[in-house]
Design a protein around this ligand. Structure first.
Ligand code: AGP
Length: 617
């Protein structure tokens, strides 16, 4: 969703804000803008507001290096209300143009507020819900910025992460949170604000996280946090991890390709110290579950959206196979509104890269409302979902900047496989079985690295041949069974969101029940057929689509020449036990999306219409 940065200190705000926005751009990037409190023409201060449609680069060009002002706010927008225009870009100002506001979230009662303000003579200049905020704050402003913002927010229903600056108060910034994340960073004689710690990690490692319905007055000396109802609040300082720093592209042309190639390293980090060969088991300290607790679990529900949901599907199969626990994966937005039946001995796992996805947060809160135990399986440390769950594991894949999730997916799958091994070893597995699975898991990073060395940067060969078919396709099918059905869904999502190619994933056998009618010579079929128990059955399904003219791209275990012969393009991946194959079979699918997007001239790291972290419903 939208990105927010703020600064109060002794340096020029503009360049710091632009740097922060550039780091946040992946969160949402229709337009961007800044507001600085700067010395005005007269002896007072005024607001300098600069906004541009498009990427942050356009804004950077518009902001002069000499831009004065050491108090400021910046915003990248992912449109929810109103088109992508400069008038709709944030910051929005009040009628006197002496109060500027940036907002992330949705104001559900904005129409009523807008009508009321218009009756009082307010003239609106945008189509956005957010613009009611500066006018409301102006309405209550009697000289105290904090109380004016507090009074205004008391009338607002919905979600917000906001930052406000006042021309009358250089050196002061007001921020508030309800549903959209905000973090305050401590500097030396300066203070930072951001919607994601990643934006300010280069300036400070000491931060506090605002909680819902809190408001904060920020100055260069520090901050005062209070509840919206006025009660003072204090938070402990958190130390940001070192992994937040490494988020440049380096030698790669795109973050997506960099992050695909980071997977051996990110996966190693995720597995480090968690697989325990000595016992044939695994340990996830963050779950804080004793063996007796694990024995008492009766069902596991894995909740997530998009790619995280696909990782959850793999996790659910692994939980049943390894731990013999009933397990299901469910799209979080469906779970949260179906009034789910939850028992005391259920365990829920909330999977999220950003830890800020509103749909997943809602599912977590619904499960907790009904007495369910929820553990986070999250990448961003200190994120809202991680803190709301209170217990869980971080997948440590490092900052994932490309909107299309790749390394987070494999780390999420790995963390869920480790959890399945941990529960399985406690409940049903002997040391030998557990050890064999654990060893196979620990071998994956090296196998990944070897495969990526061969295929990752190749400009010829089966990946390129496959992309040739995919980019010319009217429609693409992805097929698989069991955990490969989840990989098929992930491959289809990648190709849709990066290359904008229409495609569908289907459990391989299910094709016969209707969708096979879509098959002809213009519908390539990507079949994921590792050498597992369902290989033969899936190859039968491959024969069925071939018989109807489909051109098959087949992902198979290396050495399976019989399978390879069934395909126009065949791509081998290293051997691994069935439940572990998704960590390898997903790699060519990630590259398909990347290379197809490149061939079609797409904006690889920031595909149209998307945002990295969807913090609205
Ligand atoms: C993945 O490529 C997509 N960008 C999207 O589906 C994403 O996985 C989904 O929005 C969930 O995000 P989260 O993992 O941050 O919760």
């Amino acid at each position: 969703m939208c990105g927010i940065v703020g600064y109060v200190g002794g340096r020029k705000a503009a360049q710091l804000l632009l740097d922060g926005l550039r780091r946040l751009e992946y969160r949402g990037y229709d337009s961007a803008g800044l507001a600085m409190v700067a010395p005005g023409a007269s002896d007072g201060f005024g607001l300098e507001v600069i906004r541009r449609v498009g990427h942050v680069a356009a804004l950077m060009e518009a902001v002069p290096a000499s831009q004065a002002g050491s108090t400021g706010i910046g915003h990248t927008r992912w449109a929810t209300h109103g088109g992508v225009t400069e008038a709709n870009a944030h910051p929005h100002v009040d009628g006197t143009e002496r109060i500027a506001v940036i907002h992330n979230g949705i104001i559900e009662n904005f129409a009523a507020l807008r009508d009321h303000l218009q009756e009082e003579g307010v003239v609106f200049r945008s189509e956005t819900d957010s613009e009611v905020l500066p006018h409301l704050i102006r309405k209550f402003y009697k000289g105290d910025p904090l109380e004016a913002a507090r009074s205004a927010l008391a009338l607002v229903h919905g979600t917000w992460g906001i930052a406000v600056v006042f021309a009358d108060h250089p050196g002061v910034m007001i921020a508030a949170r309800n549903g959209s994340p905000l973090v305050v960073g401590k500097g030396d004689g300066e203070t930072f604000l951001a919607s994601d710690p990643h934006a300010i990690a280069n300036y400070t490692r000491q931060v506090v996280y605002l909680e819902d319905r809190e408001i904060v007055k920020i100055t260069r000396e520090g901050w005062e946090i209070s509840r919206l109802d006025g009660r003072p609040v204090s938070h402990v300082l958190h130390e940001l991890g070192i992994e937040l720093g490494s988020s440049e592209k380096g030698l790669f042309p795109h973050y997506m390709l960099k992050e695909i190639h980071e997977q051996p390293e990110s996966l190693s980090r995720c597995l480090l110290g968690r697989v325990v060969p000595e016992t044939g088991g695994a340990k996830l300290g963050g779950f804080d579950l004793s063996p007796r607790d694990i024995v008492g679990i009766r069902r596991v529900g894995i909740l997530g959206c998009g790619t995280s949901y696909h990782a959850g599907q793999v996790g659910a199969v692994a939980m049943e196979q390894l731990a013999r626990l009933p397990a299901f994966a469910e799209i979080a937005s469906e779970f949260r509104y179906r009034n789910p039946v939850i028992q005391a001995d259920d365990l829920f796992l909330a999977v999220s890269q950003s830890g800020e996805t509103a749909d997943t947060m809602g599912a977590v809160q619904e499960a907790q409302t009904k007495g369910g135990r929820v553990m986070g399986v999250v990448n961003v440390v200190g994120s809202s979902i991680a803190r709301t769950c209170g217990r869980g594991v971080y997948v440590h894949s490092g900052p994932e900047i490309a909107v299309a999730s790749t390394k987070a997916f494999t780390s999420q799958v790995a963390a869920l496989l480790v959890a399945a091994l941990m529960f399985g070893r406690t409940r049903v597995l002997g040391p030998g079985e557990g050890r064999a699975f654990g060893d196979d898991l620990l071998a994956v990073p090296e196998r990944m690295a070897g495969w990526l060395d061969t295929y990752g940067m190749a400009h010829h060969g089966p990946i390129i041949d496959a992309v040739e078919l995919l980019t010319k396709a009217r429609f693409v099918f992805f097929l698989g069974r069991g955990v490969s059905a989840a990989v098929a869904m992930e491959g289809a999502l990648k190709l849709k969101e990066v290359a904008y190619i229409p495609c569908m994933s289907y459990p391989a056998a299910e094709m016969k029940h209707g969708p096979i009618a879509l098959i002809d010579a213009n519908t390539p079929v990507v079949a994921i057929v590792p050498n597992d128990l369902m290989r033969d059955k899936t190859l039968s399904n491959v024969q069925e689509v071939r018989a109807r003219g489909a051109r098959v791209i087949l992902i198979h275990t290396e050495g399976d020449h019989e399978a390879a012969r069934l395909a126009e393009v065949s791509i081998p991946v290293p051997k691994a036990s069935a439940l572990i194959t998704p960590l390898l079979t997903v790699l060519p699918l990630q590259l398909f999306a990347y290379r197809a997007g490149l061939a079609l001239g797409r904006d690889i790291d920031r595909p149209r219409n998307l945002a990295k972290s969807v913090t609205v419903e």
